[in-house]
Structure formats: structure tokens, C-alpha cells
Design a binder for this molecule. Structure first.
Ligand code: SF4
Ligand code: SF4
Ligand code: SF4
Length: 310
């Protein structure tokens, strides 16, 4: 395997040819911030918060898409890099609700983490604000467009991994926003409620409706589990508070194949102490149904309590 030698923040690094500067930095414990980057799913270099300074380059470079090159000398926290990151954060926060006190994403929100790291406050400039659009039409997914930073992760994972392509970018410029099936409410779209988009959203724009208000990020212990409903064994996380499971969520980005709602509901039923009643679409409307009907497994459900093989 061909290897590349470069220097990052004064430290010699050796990585396989094809690795990006961000990946090379990670091998020596340097965590370059990223909002839009999602390995193998959304490698678009769009948010620019991952910029680094490369000696002899004319401008700052997005490290998530920059291949490491022989002899490259990289600075990940130089004054110009820090200034650029602060400005990107300012521009996002100028048009973002000051809601960290009550936001369910607080504690695992990337925007909050980087604002703290680079000491950028909410709304340092005055100007027009986006109109907030809350979409609760899907009982499993809470969408708050005012918190969306247009990173595109949800669009990519829904299209490339979930193979549904429900989500996309609507409009251009200041009014750009994420749309579902060409401006339908999510509950009226062909969304299968897999929850994958929630698991990759770096901010509180997409939340699991059934977990909201049950645990702050820093209170929740996470335990990885595999769905045993079929042979694929998709990856999920149990969220626990005080040793009780408060929710089940798809692991981001998971095993690289589409997830089904039935798998998530099976785990809900198996692990959650008082699982909320399942809702499935009938004639275009979400309707409360029995667990047997939701999971299409009357026979197996009869054995629940004797079997752990859901
Ligand atoms: S999305 Fe992040 S930055 Fe925005 S209010 Fe929620 S925690 Fe705060
Ligand atoms: S829940 Fe799944 S199908 Fe629905 S928009 Fe999100 S990723 Fe796409
Ligand atoms: S909803 Fe979340 S994942 Fe989707 S573009 Fe907005 S911030 Fe990114």
C-alpha cells in the first residue's frame, strides 16, 4: 500500500494514499470540526468549518475532501483558520433560535459544541431571520426548520443509504430549506419513519418525537443493540435514563443498508418499559394499531415473554 508522509501541527503523520487531511489529523488525535461531513455518505466540503491552512496553498482548504499529499504541511488551528471558523459560526448563529436551554439536542449538538470551542455568541449581528416552520405531521419525527443549518446530511442519508430520496433542498439563497417530497409535510410524504435522518442531524432540527422531553443528552446512557428481527441485524442505540430505556434510535449512519420501522418498533416493544402505541399509515393517515398489526407478527407476539428473539 502506498503511504504518504505529511506534517500536521508540527507532528509527522504517515497515512495510506487516498486518506484526507481530516482523516490524517484524526490518526494523531486532532479533531477537526465538521458539520456537513459524514464519511462515505456526505463528503461535500460545503459547510467549510473544517478548513485548514496548507503551506504554499492560496486559500484555506476544506480538510474533509482534501487528499493528504506527500510533504504537505498543514496547520489546523492557525489564526486565519480560527477566524474563518468563527465567521462561519457567526453567520449560522445570526439566524438560529437562541434555544439551547430547552432544546433536546443540547449536549450533543455540534453547533453548540463548536460555538463553545470558538467562543461565538448567538446573534452578534442584526438582520432578517428565517421563519420557523415546525412540522409535526409525522408522529415519529419532529422537524424544526429554524434550527436547520442546511448541512445536507439528512438528504444524503435518505437518498443514498435509505434509498428513499424523500428529502431535498428547496428554493435558493436566503429561503433555502429542506423539503420532503417537493414541499409536502413529512407525514404526507412517502417517508417510512426509519429515523435515519434524525440520527445524522448535527443539530436539533430533526428529533425523535417520542423521546422529546424524556432525557437530556448528558443524562442518557447509550447502549448499542442489534435488531434481531431479520438476518441483516441493523444497528440501533438504546437511550437509558436511571437504567430505564427511554427510547430507541437508529445508529448513525449504521450498517449501510435501509432500515425498517418494524425493526425500530420491535426494539421499542422489547426494551421500553411502557412503549407508546404504534402508529402506521392507513389510507394516508397515521392510525394507532395493535403491536401485532404493526409488526405483522401475531404468532411471535403470542410468545413474547418466553422469547427474546424479536
Ligand atoms: S440546535 Fe443546537 S445550537 Fe440550536 S438551540 Fe438546539 S442545542 Fe442550541
Ligand atoms: S425517516 Fe427515513 S425515510 Fe423518512 S425522511 Fe428520514 S431518512 Fe428518509
Ligand atoms: S435537517 Fe439537520 S441534517 Fe438535515 S440539513 Fe438540516 S441540519 Fe442538516
Amino acid at each position: 500500500m502506498e503511504m504518504i508522509n505529511l506534517t500536521i501541527d508540527g507532528i509527522p503523520v504517515r497515512v495510506a494514499k487516498g486518506a484526507t487531511v481530516m482523516e490524517a489529523a484524526k490518526t494523531i488525535g486532532i479533531d477537526i470540526p465538521a458539520l456537513c461531513y459524514l464519511k462515505d455518505v456526505n463528503e461535500v466540503g460545503a459547510c467549510r468549518i473544517c478548513v485548514v491552512e496548507v503551506e504554499r496553498a492560496r486559500s484555506l482548504q476544506a480538510s474533509c475532501v482534501l487528499p493528504a499529499a506527500e510533504g504537505m504541511v498543514v496547520h489546523t488551528e492557525s489564526p486565519s483558520v480560527i477566524a474563518a471558523r468563527k465567521e462561519i459560526l457567526r453567520l449560522i448563529l445570526d439566524n438560529h433560535p437562541n434555544d439551547c436551554l430547552t432544546c433536546d439536542k443540547a449536549g450533543e449538538c455540534k453547533l453548540q459544541e463548536y460555538a463553545y470551542r470558538y467562543d461565538v455568541k448567538f446573534r452578534e449581528h442584526d438582520g432578517d431571520r428565517k421563519t420557523a416552520r415546525i412540522d409535526t405531521s409525522n408522529p415519529y419525527i419532529y422537524r424544526d426548520d429554524s434550527k436547520c443549518i442546511l448541512c445536507g446530511r439528512c438528504v444524503s442519508i435518505c437518498g443514498q443509504i435509505q434509498e428513499r430520496s424523500i428529502l431535498g433542498f428547496g428554493n435558493r439563497g436566503f429561503t433555502t430549506h429542506i423539503i420532503a417530497d417537493n414541499e409536502k409535510a413529512l407525514g404526507e410524504s412517502a417517508c417510512v419513519s426509519c429515523g435515519r435522518c434524525i440520527s445524522v442531524c448535527p443539530v436539533g432540527a430533526l428529533l425523535d418525537n417520542r423521546i422529546i422531553g424524556k432525557a437530556r443528552a448528558w443524562e442518557a446512557q447509550k447502549e448499542e443493540v442489534k435488531c434481531k428481527r431479520c438476518d441483516y441485524g441493523c444497528d440501533f442505540e438504546l437511550l437509558k435514563k436511571d437504567d430505564k430505556v427511554v427510547g430507541v434510535r437508529a445508529k448513525a449512519p449504521g450498517g449501510g443498508r435501509p432500515l425498517c420501522l418494524k425493526g425500530k418498533l420491535s426494539l421499542d416493544l422489547l426494551y421500553t418499559n411502557s412503549p407508546s402505541a404504534p402508529l402506521i399509515k392507513k389510507d394516508g393517515e397515521y392510525t394507532e394499531v395493535t403491536w401485532a398489526e404493526a409488526l405483522e407478527m401475531e404468532d411471535l407476539l403470542k410468545k413474547l415473554g418466553q422469547s427474546n428473539n424479536l
